[in-house]
Design a protein around this ligand. Structure first.
Ligand SMILES: NC(=O)C1=CN([C@@H]2O[C@H](COP(=O)(O)OP(=O)(O)OC[C@H]3O[C@@H](n4cnc5c(N)ncnc54)[C@H](OP(=O)(O)O)[C@@H]3O)[C@@H](O)[C@H]2O)C=CC1
Ligand SMILES: Nc1nc(=O)c2c([nH]1)NC[C@@H]1CN(c3ccc(C(=O)N[C@@H](CCC(=O)O)C(=O)O)cc3)C=[N+]21
Length: 287
């Protein structure tokens, strides 16, 4: 038996069509949703992601502002720009693409974004809100994973969920969301002693590591739902230049009950949830 493929492109299309309808309704009432995206420096990968976000906005008739700032932008200049956008009534969501150049304090940048415009859900107020149950915005990637699981009909209540990765933007918020959904959650990371021992117990396995194909079929419980958040660029060999996940798809698909592909799984869902958050920000602004 091979696993069912969880199609993130199809689901993200459905969600973006709903977003477009809500955006049009808000625009008709006088508030056109707006998203500002700031990119500092010229990482090729970041430029691709940012372009995809802007294109998704355009397709949903969401107003977008793209600020491409040079790599040597000072921290003070970036913070000043964020304060300007905080005060701009045409902008309801602000996203500063990460990572930032090393001379800029990421935490300070995130805390400068108005929590009501923090559509990434990274601000302390939203992180704390997620911990206690009532954030203004949920981080887009784990939020998108929850939507994929819901759409797949996954039963969270009482399920064993294992997350590999403990970052602030994926692993930790994912753990909180799955726990709130009723799962028993285990978080693994680079200090975990016997990774396969944990992953083999998972009914729901989420890989968010950044290591190509590290989760192999023998680490997966037969029938498990496997969600691959990893986005890795293959460096050499016949597939050089292509994307792959943290899961070794070829061996995993033979064992899992359902699995997300890379590309075409979690990535498109992240962008869809960014639009959901932006329209929600505009809806609140409109009152
Ligand atoms: N699809 C999407 O929309 C998105 C995809 N991504 C992708 O997801 C992946 C993870 O991103 P992110 O969370 O930001 O990455 P980070 O680098 O911030 O975190 C990686 C985590 O993996 C853990 N880890 C590293 N090596 C191992 C190992 N050998 N065994 C177990 N755990 C390990 C680290 O542990 P420790 O904490 O101990 O160092 C860390 O917690 C990346 O490939 C990224 O590109 C990210 C965001 C959005
Ligand atoms: N402030 C901030 N917010 C983010 O949400 C954020 C960020 N910084 N920095 C980088 C990560 C990464 N990320 C992705 C989003 C979409 C795809 C995506 O659409 N991927 C496509 C493939 C795209 C391609 O072909 O390159 C897919 O998986 O099918 C991937 C990765 C958001 N991130």
């Amino acid at each position: 038996m091979t696993a069912r493929i969880l199609d993130g492109i199809a689901l993200s299309r459905t969600i973006r069509a709903e977003v477009a309808e809500r955006a049009a309704a808000l625009t008709a009432r006088g508030t056109r949703p707006g998203l500002a995206v700031i990119l500092v420096g010229d990482s090729a990968a970041s430029a691709v992601y940012v372009r995809n976000k802007i294109r998704a906005c355009t397709e949903a008739d969401i107003h977008s502002v793209f600020d491409h700032m040079p790599a040597d932008t000072t921290e003070a200049d970036l913070l000043a720009r964020i304060r300007e956008l905080n005060a701009d009534p045409a902008v309801h969501g602000i996203l500063v693409q990460l990572p930032l150049p090393p001379h800029i304090d990421e935490r300070l940048v995130i805390e400068t974004i108005a929590p009501a415009k923090d559509v990434d859900g990274f601000h302390l107020q939203n992180a704390g809100g997620l911990l206690t149950g009532t954030p203004l915005f949920r981080p887009c990637t784990p939020y998108g994973v929850m939507k994929l699981l819901e759409h797949a009909g996954a039963r969270l209540d009482g399920a064993e969920a294992v997350i590999v990765g403990r970052s602030n933007i994926v692993g930790k918020p994912q753990a909180l969301m799955l726990m709130q959904g009723g799962a028993t959650v285990t978080i693994c990371h680079s200090r975990t002693r016997d990774l396969a021992f944990h992953t083999r117990r998972a009914d729901i396995l989420v890989a968010a590591v950044g290591r190509p194909k590290m989760i192999t079929g023998d680490m997966i419980k037969p029938g498990a739902i496997v969600v691959d958040v990893g986005i890795n660029r293959i460096e050499e060999g016949p597939d050089a230049g292509k994307l792959c996940g943290d899961v070794d798809f070829a061996s995993a698909v033979e064992v899992a009950g359902a699995i997300t592909p890379v590309p075409g799984g979690v990535g498109p869902m992240t962008i869809a949830m960014l639009l959901v958050n932006t329209v929600e920000a505009a809806r609140r602004f409109a009152g």
